[in-house]
Design a binder for this molecule. Structure first.
Ligand code: 5AD
Ligand code: SF4
Length: 460
């Protein structure tokens, strides 16, 4: 008999658990980035196939899954707080608690969980997510605690069950891991080296999504423009992927995060320009505008190179919008270095900036640097940066008034249930009045006024 694939083994354990459980509920808490959200969609898919029904109320759940993030210290603290709150409930009734994802890849975290949170049943890592059904089976059958974390890079498993968060818009992970080792970042240690999914597997997933009625996809990876570097075939490049996905009927909007500025090839700029479904927003993580800091961060570009890249892209794709990530208070950052960051923000005119205070991460090079910046100065710089970003967003938003935008109606606005919401192809939120029947449809909207965090529009 042929050996079973790992996905088949997972499906067998799903059946085994389903046969011993009935009427059970699960809750899942996701921290961190969209890659984690996509992993949580797979964890939810497996939970539902095992027979668990989703509940919002963690107190009535029989299975609680924490899918964790360790990119900054506050994400870690949040997890310990949330797990701590379950201690009382777990004393009163049976409940399986599983902690997985990026935090579980760190030895000191596993030790802390085992010592101080002994009521956690399962600890799984980023490379063993597909084994959740097996881990649950062991807990149910053998009444034992499971720690299932792999140090080596996991393989890519296709065909796992998935329960998506939206019916219109889908996350599609195209590659896992990162090879860049930016000196502040824990990701390469907890997600392993870059591994790309096969070209055909991605195309097939998106074709299936189109058949199911999905109109928008977001391609995910820590460094999407390195897609295919590990596959050793000429076809499998990020640019080719955009061209092929652009041809799929039914898919109307293609987004992607995140590219690395050092790897942004001309062929990708050309592909974005030529593929009309690809969103006109490029997330280009700057991190810092200072050459000294960029060098210490191991980013492999200079301030000038970054600005030139943005100018080149803007010249080729005139209506493009840029968004970015910036870290303030990296070790050794002087006022002058910080001014360089503000200067790039002003010159590139980012339309959205994710701003972070540098957070020391055990095991990274930057954590061992001696010239750590005072917390008070970090906080002050964050405030100055916020101010600058707000001014630019305010200015850019005014340019949208009077324009007509083709958008996917995403749903009801979060802040006003009488309004619908969607996004420009540069990712700006638009709120407008309209019938809920329009949700999931592509329509034209005229922008009538600008507000700091959204644009107001009306249906054409
Ligand atoms: N401290 C602060 N921000 C960080 N990021 C990554 N590591 C750290 C850290 N140690 C930010 C970077 C990255 C984003 C996802 O998180 O800006 O692009
Ligand atoms: Fe972290 Fe740098 Fe890799 Fe992004 S590219 S995940 S910041 S190491």
């Amino acid at each position: 008999m042929n050996e079973l694939t790992q996905t088949e083994v997972t499906m067998e354990y799903i059946q085994k658990v389903a046969s011993i459980l009935s009427n059970k509920k699960y809750n899942i808490q996701t921290m961190g980035c969209q890659l984690n959200e996509n992993d949580s969609e797979k964890l939810s898919g497996m939970a539902e196939k095992m027979g668990y029904k989703y509940t919002d109320n963690i107190e009535e759940a029989d299975l609680v899954i924490f899918n964790t993030c360790c990119i900054r210290e506050n994400a870690e603290n949040k997890l310990f707080g949330n797990v701590g709150e379950l201690k009382k409930i777990k004393k009163e009734r049976d409940m399986i608690i599983a902690v997985g994802g990026c935090m579980s890849q760190q030895k000191h975290i596993v030790e802390k969980l085992r010592q101080s949170y002994p009521y956690v049943d399962i600890i799984f890592g980023t490379h063993t997510l597909h084994k959740l059904p097996q881990d649950i089976y062991e807990v149910l059958e053998k009444r034992k605690k499971v720690t299932d974390v792999l140090d080596i890079d996991g393989e890519i498993y296709e065909g796992l069950p998935i329960k998506r968060n939206s019916n219109n818009s889908a996350n599609v992970t195209i590659m896992y891991g990162c090879n860049n080792f930016c000196s502040y970042c824990i990701v390469p240690y907890v997600r392993g080296r870059e591994r790309s999914r096969k070209f055909e597997d991605i195309l097939n997933e998106v074709k299936d999504l189109a058949k199911e009625g999905y109109k928008e996809i977001t391609l995910l990876g820590q460094n999407v423009n390195s897609y295919g570097n590990d596959l050793n075939d000429e076809k499998s490049t990020f640019a080719n992927l955009l061209y092929e996905l652009n041809k799929i009927d039914g898919i109307e909007i293609i987004k992607f995060i995140s590219p690395h500025p050092k790897d942004f090839k001309d062929e990708v700029i050309k592909a974005i320009k030529e593929c009309e479904k690809v969103h006109r927003v490029i997330h280009l993580p700057l991190q810092s505008g200072s050459d000294n800091i960029l060098k210490a961060m191991n980013r492999h570009y200079t301030k000038q190179a970054f600005i030139e890249l943005a100018e080149k892209i803007r010249k080729e794709i005139p209506n493009v919008a840029f968004t970015t990530d910036i870290i303030v208070g990296f070790p050794g950052e002087t006022d002058e270095d910080f001014q360089d960051t503000l200067d790039v923000v002003e010159r590139v005119e980012f339309e959205q900036v994710f701003m972070f205070i540098y957070s020391r991460r055990k095991g990274t090079k930057a954590d061992t640097m001696e010239n750590q910046v005072d917390e008070k100065i970090k906080g002050e710089r964050l405030e100055i940066l916020k101010q600058k970003v707000t001014e630019i967003i305010d200015k850019k938003n005014k340019e949208y008034v009077g324009t007509i935008q083709k958008i996917l109606v995403e749903g009801v606005s979060k802040n006003n249930e009488n309004m619908l919401t969607g996004r420009t192809n540069t990712n700006k939120v638009i709120n407008f009045e309209g019938d809920k029947e329009l949700i999931g449809k592509i329509i034209d909207i005229k922008i009538i006024s600008d507000h700091l965090w959204y644009l107001k529009g009306e249906i054409m």
